[in-house]
Ligand binder design. Structure first.
Ligand code: ASP
Ligand code: MG
Length: 412
């Protein structure tokens, strides 16, 4: 029988009532003839509560015990979902990660899935079980310890199962009814997309449109897993939600398909560093060793052998970045006159696969911002994305203006 993966996020399993509603949706797919693998998150808020308890006991916790505690929310919902299905006379059972087993690396709290053997679950399907309910977000390390995949990791569990079992599709049930051209809370003209390409979704996911964990999209792209994002609170239909799929499956597309933003950015400038071979390596090596995620970089034109170097990173990493750079200065590896952190910036990005073949997108973006009197501090581009750093106070205005300028409220 064809296999479908259905993943339910925290809000979709937040209480017994919602678990029943989710189980009904699973029942509908089973009645259509699918064997279903259900991946569940913990009940809404539960993982945060568990993390809070761990932090309260021990700030510098043993990551293996963190995983033991934090993975437990999913165990509860997996069992409850299996019970609910059984009450509906659907043959179902639950599986914790280690029982499958979902084999991962041993990087606790940020483990990667290495292998998902299919024989255990397939044997049960062959015996007549119709639904395997699997606890998302968790696995087992080569050392036999419980691991977790990073916050939001159940999405990745779902896609990995869809790939391993050759599922027809992977449906991600969440509290929004799909992927939007921008955040509807910022622009009331935001439009739900029927389809979006993997590459675009990847940019939007990593830019802070928090619908899907970024790694789940990478995985879906690599294994060509069709992903559908939909709400478990809306009527069930085959057309609902947004399909994340290969570019070839999208007939019409706007040049720009999404305006993303990220509020938590910082801009750091090293004033007057020596312009010499190896200077970039001397700056960004220590930053990388310190775990700072550098995003945009600009190096100014040098004057009298010295130059300014500016980069952006998440605002929460500024202290770490400062320390890494001051340490490098103390060691004599770099020299700068000043280090300035601007923590009042936001990043706005226009994303679209159409940019590959159409020019003028950057010009239009800059003109739109200039018409609104918004100053651009840093610019970065890739094949399908243009990002700018601006003052955070203009973030909403910029998103709205760009959404209007690129007419994202209209279908191509
Ligand atoms: N429960 C985990 C979290 O909140 C994993 C997930 O829901 O995807 O991050
Ligand atoms: Mg999530």
């Amino acid at each position: 029988m064809p296999i479908l993966v259905m993943k339910f996020g925290g809000t979709s399993v937040a209480n017994i009532d919602r678990i029943r509603r989710a189980a009904k949706r699973v029942g509908v797919e089973v009645a259509k003839g699918y064997d279903v693998i259900v991946i569940v998150s913990a009940m809404a808020g539960r993982t945060n509560e568990l993390v809070g308890w761990v932090d309260e006991i021990s700030a510098l916790h043993d990551a293996r015990e963190y995983d033991a505690v934090v993975s437990s929310g999913e165990n509860v919902t997996a069992g409850l979902m299996a019970l609910t299905l059984q009450e509906m006379d659907v043959p179902a059972r639950s599986w914790q990660g280690w029982q499958v087993p979902v084999r991962t690396t041993s990087i606790h709290s940020a483990a990667r899935i290495e292998e998902i053997p299919t024989d255990n679950i397939n044997a049960k399907f062959a015996e007549g079980m119709r639904v395997a309910v699997v606890a998302g977000f968790q696995g087992i390390s080569p050392e036999g310890r419980i691991t977790t995949l990073g916050r939001g990791g159940s999405d990745t569990t779902a896609v990995a199962f869809a790939a391993a079992f050759g599922a027809e599709r992977c449906d991600i049930y969440t509290d929004v009814d799909g992927v939007y051209t921008t955040d509807p809370r910022i622009s009331d003209k935001a439009r739900k997309l029927d389809r979006i390409a993997f590459e675009e979704m990847l940019e939007l996911a990593s830019l802070g449109a928090k619908v899907l964990q970024t790694r789940s999209v990478e995985l879906a792209m690599r294994y060509n897993v069709k992903l559908r994002v939909l709400s478990s609170f809306e009527e069930q239909s085959d057309e609902a939600g947004t399909l994340v799929c290969a570019e070839e499956e999208i007939m019409e597309s706007n040049v720009v398909n999404g305006i993303a933003y990220s509020r938590d950015e910082a801009k750091m400038t090293l004033v007057s560093v020596a312009d010499r071979p190896g200077i970039a390596a001397a700056i960004f090596g220590p930053l990388s060793d310190a775990g700072v995620n550098v995003d945009m970089i600009i190096q100014n034109i040098a004057e009298e052998g010295r130059t300014d170097m500016t980069f952006s990173c998440p605002v929460g990493q500024v202290a770490r970045a400062e320390k890494a750079l001051q340490d490098a200065k103390t060691r004599g590896e770099i020299n700068f006159h000043d280090l300035i952190a601007d923590t009042n910036v936001a990043k706005i990005s226009a994303v679209g696969i159409g940019m590959r073949s159409q020019s003028g997108v950057a010009a239009k973006m800059f003109k739109t911002l200039s018409d609104e009197g918004i100053n651009i501090k840093v610019i970065a581009t890739s094949e399908i994305k243009i990002s700018v750093l601006i003052d955070r106070k203009y973030m909403e205005l910029a998103v709205q203006a760009l959404h209007d300028a690129f007419e994202l409220d209209k279908v191509a």
